[in-house]
Design a protein around this ligand. Sequence first.
Ligand SMILES: Cc1ncc(COP(=O)(O)O)c(C=O)c1O
Length: 373
Amino acid sequence: MNIIPKITPIYQTSVFKFEDLDAVQQYFDEPGSRYLYSRNGNPNSDELAEAVNRWEGGAGAVATGSGMAAIFAALMTYCQAGDHVLCAADIYGGSAALLNQELSRLGVSVSYVPFEELYELRPYVQASTKLLLCETMSNPLLRVVDLRAMATECHQHGLKLVVDNTFATPVLTKPLAFGADLVLHSVTKYLAGHSDVTAGAVVARTAEDAARLRQIGMVFGLTLSPMESWLSVRGMKTMRLRVAAHSHNAQQVADFLDLHPAVQAVYYPGLPTHPQHALAATQGHGLFSGMLSFRLPDDVAVVNRFMQRSQRFPFAPSLAGVDSSCSHPLYTSHRALADDQLAELGITVGLIRLSVGIEPVEELLADLAHALA
Ligand SMILES: Cc1ncc(COP(=O)(O)O)c(C=O)c1O
């Protein structure tokens, strides 16, 4: 019987068998000819890495156990003890925690660059500076980085540009095409898309960096399991459709909140008043993603009332699932930031982040109207 499945089966195995020593020698002599051990490589994690690589237009990729593992692998590709990195001040709190609390212990230091100064790096660059880390669309304030200008500025100073493309996804923006050296994802979010997987991926522009990434994934043990890889691959098949639907719904939610008297400010690049609206429109091909933040009065009771009254935006501190949710940067994703970082960014009690899902938008607007009444 010749069984040819349409979909890659789940190779739920930690190890692969060899006939004899010649067979294992072949594994080492002919990379990619067979599999040995799932931490080093597995058909499912390779399929995911290749899917992300194809979307981002890279030279090779590694699938990782989480988005955090992806950030770590990306930084380790270029850094060793004694090195210095630059990081956009607008950054996911976990990235800041990794840099401030953990990589600092390993001798990698960090300086944060305010958004307005990203294209003038000279005052921040040291002899040991290796790279700059930024997000295409920042978490949680949706500031949009001009990736072409960013890559030019980094390369002028001999720095690599590492871009976290989690919020934008390659449906909107492919950072490597603008000159980024590595692009990474929390696959947990839009790539997998259903809030049922924790995963990550890093894609390299050059084959040399891709090989380094795979080595780092393997020896630090950052790689992803077969089942999570399989789920992520399945999710990615609908990513183009989902991200378009998320974006269309988010635009309507942003327009609604922008006019609502209880809302003090809305942060969404699709609004014409957003400071990087024009850039976001070109860089995102007319889509602005499903993420937005808005500001209520800085009063815990007001925020709690919104969370308690909303049925369609449950408080679930993640994002990018097909079902809508809300999160609270100060209490969750960004609590690792220092007080002065939080104050500078304006991450206060009243700031709420919405992940707009793909439900019928009238239901979402009715729910928000009720929750804000
Ligand atoms: C922009 C961004 N990057 C990275 C991560 C980390 O990803 P993970 O939770 O999959 O480790 C997150 C998580 O929220 C994120 O929002």
